[in-house]
Design a protein around this ligand. Structure first.
Ligand code: NAD
Ligand code: MG
Length: 383
């Protein structure tokens, strides 16, 4: 029985994680769940999965939930950052599945690593913000960071039994998002509703906007650098609209290994939870006779400057990626509230990167300080 705690159980990844658990009740037990404020869904999840802890970040929502829980259900209701940290580092859990959105997942994840918990990581912002720190801490404590992001799960699977020294390049595939093939002119006035319509995946709002700007792929390049310890010049992005190949690794003998399947996030979630085993499921099987074609193209960095900005921040090193991530989190929120336009996102990220004085090999405190600086700076710029 693997005992799991979930950061962000009410979101797209969180609910799909519970789908996987629901089908494998003999293998997994959910010990703790959490969300920002979606207490109605949390209550349903509490009734179904009987976790021993629930953490609600929003204090008022936590109080409300406490009153809603029937008296015959035994559960501890926690709140705030303290609550998230507590459920991430419980003695009784084996795995922390982090499906929270944003760098707010960083501190709870670090605390889980310090307690030796295996990390199933969907929350890419954690590695973008503090990749070096997180991976060093994990190495020191011999903790596995198992990717849930589909591209990184693919690469992880391609590297099974391979030597990292023999990697020539990592090839991340990108669907291209809802605006693939458009020009800058076409996109100047796009609305959030157009940006939220992803062709292949149904995901949370933040990652959907990131997919429309290609920032999601940029964040994934940075995530891949830290997870697999490869330099950015060895990480390529190729647009593959069908999302059948989830990513590939090219080795120095010219061989390429790719991982494929129907696009379904439940597969990388399940693999991270059962690794190193694979278990039978009823997910859709890929039928090659029905696949008309797999196509590939170069990403258009002119129309999607966020991807280039992410590479730049990685190459500049230090705290630049933390700055990129924080500015992006603020700007995506503003775009979702109709306060800025589509191209304001890369415009203000670049301004913030330009204004930043980077810190080499930052401590956690320096990263948190930098994250806050970036948020404040970008908010001032918009005003
Ligand atoms: P989502 O918006 O659907 O869900 C986010 C979850 O985080 C919710 O449960 C929400 O309550 C919780 N949350 C947000 N702020 C919180 C806070 N302050 N305290 C506690 N909980 C909080 O997002 P998602 O699409 O599930 O994505 C989650 C993460 O997984 C992101 O980092 C995303 O980049 C990554 N990811 C998602 C997908 C996908 O298909 N959705 C694929 C790959 C990676
Ligand atoms: Mg991905």
């Amino acid at each position: 029985m693997k005992k799991i705690s979930i950061l962000g159980s009410t979101g797209s990844i969180g609910t799909q994680t519970l789908d996987v658990v629901r089908k494998n009740r003999d293998k997994f037990e959910v010990v703790a769940i959490s969300a920002n404020s979606s207490i109605n869904l949390l209550l349903e999840q509490i009734k179904e999965f009987k976790p021993r802890y629930v953490a609600v970040y929003n204090e008022n929502s936590a109080k409300e939930l406490k009153e809603m829980i029937p008296s015959d259900i035994k559960i501890e209701v926690l709140s705030g950052m303290e609550g998230l940290i507590t459920i991430s580092s419980l003695d009784e859990i084996d795995v922390l599945l982090t499906a929270i959105v944003g760098m707010i997942g960083l501190v709870p994840t670090l605390e889980a690593i310090k307690k030796g918990k295996t990390i199933a990581l969907a929350n890419k912002e954690t590695l973008v913000t503090a990749g070096q720190l997180v991976m060093e801490e994990a190495k020191k404590r011999n903790v596995a960071i198992l990717p849930v992001d589909s591209e990184h799960s693919a690469i992880f699977q391609c590297l099974n039994g391979e030597s990292k020294k023999e990697i020539e390049s990592i090839i991340l595939t990108a669907s291209g998002g809802p605006f693939r093939g458009k020009s800058k002119n076409d996109l100047i006035n796009v609305t959030k509703n157009e940006a939220l319509k992803h062709p292949n995946w149904s995901m949370g709002r933040k990652i959907s906007i990131d997919s429309s700007t290609l920032m999601n792929k940029g964040l994934e390049v940075i995530e891949a650098k830290w997870l697999f310890d490869v330099n950015s010049d060895k990480i390529d992005v190729v647009v593959h609209p069908q999302s059948i190949i989830h990513s590939m690794v090219q080795f120095l003998d010219s061989s390429i290994i790719a991982q494929m399947g129907c696009p379904d996030m439940k597969l990388p979630i399940q693999y991270a939870l059962t690794y190193p085993e694979r278990i039978l499921n009823d997910f859709e099987r890929l039928d090659f006779s029905k696949l008309s074609s797999l196509t590939f193209e170069k990403p258009d960095l002119n129309t999607f400057p966020c991807l280039k900005l992410a590479y730049d921040s990685l190459n500049m090193g230090g705290t630049y990626s933390a700055v990129l991530n924080a500015a992006n989190e603020v700007l995506v929120n503003e775009f979702l509230e109709d306060k800025i336009k589509f191209y304001d996102i890369p415009y203000y990220i670049e301004k913030t990167l330009d204004a930043h004085n980077s810190i080499e090999k930052p401590t956690l405190e320096e990263i948190l300080y930098t994250d806050n600086w970036s948020r404040e700076f970008v908010k001032k710029c918009i005003k």
